[in-house]
Design a protein around this ligand. Sequence first.
Ligand code: PPS
Length: 290
Amino acid sequence: MVDRPPIKVVSGMPILGPFAENWENVQRFQAKDGDLLIVTFPKSGTTWMSEILDLMIHNGDVTKTQRGAIFERVPFLEYAAPDMPSGTEILNAMESPRVIKSHLPVHLLPSSFWEKKCKILYMARNPKDVLVSYYHFYRMAILHPDPGTFEDFIQMFIEGEVAFGSWSDHVKDWWKSRRQKDILYLFYEDMLEDPKCELRKVTKFIGKDLSEDILETIHQRTTFKNMKENQMANYSTIPTSIMDHSISPFMRKGICGDWKNHLTVAQSELLDEYYKMEMSDTDLTFRFDN
Ligand code: PPS
């Protein structure tokens, strides 16, 4: 396969080159009654929420979550790479109940998710930590183009030229949609601050009745430390031609505020300007510190 394929644009959105090849199948994808969908802009806590949902639908039975790697248990709708089954192929062969991962902006979500009235969990994270996490991910996940210098990447991020496009449009459009549709909007920073409170919200939203003991098990199982050590959650089983953990681990830091270790004062101010401008037309706000 071609190393580090260039980004392509589908329906106006930048996407990983190989993903573009399967775009028609993504748009035609048939959601089923009862599918649970986790949507995020990349690097906002998708894997964390995926593990939580998989545990919840199995009533906290941790043995069930050892049946496969997280990307097999919670398939990524848009995923496509040469010589590997695509996300849509895996999902089409999968029995219900299904938990599905997507990074699509609201206007590009396949219509069947709305028609089937699937429950959608959206998770958002502050842009400075997303940017830093995404930069390291671009470096280690070989399906991405070379990110260039961190300075280059900041510009790409601000211009919405990274895979899946503009962070601000993504978080704002899903925020707007949350009132009309069955969407639970969550924040990575809230999950870090009070995970049990957020877990209770999620349980209620998906219509599960789980005891406090089970919620405690789910909480313990999904701490950063435990997920980092869990081979079935930490992406270590994916081929190194897809992700090279020697460049940067997938489970990197798992904190709020790591941007302070990466951004210069000038870069931080640039991001503040970007944030101020992009978020001036919304009541959605983010926390940048824990
Ligand atoms: S992806 O590739 O878009 O699906 O990545 P995603 O899973 O959305 O985001 C990866 C970041 O989430 C962190 N992470 C966690 N943080 C806290 N607790 C838990 N359990 C957890 N699991 C994953 C992961 O470390 C990435 O963030 P960074 O800042 O890079 O560490």
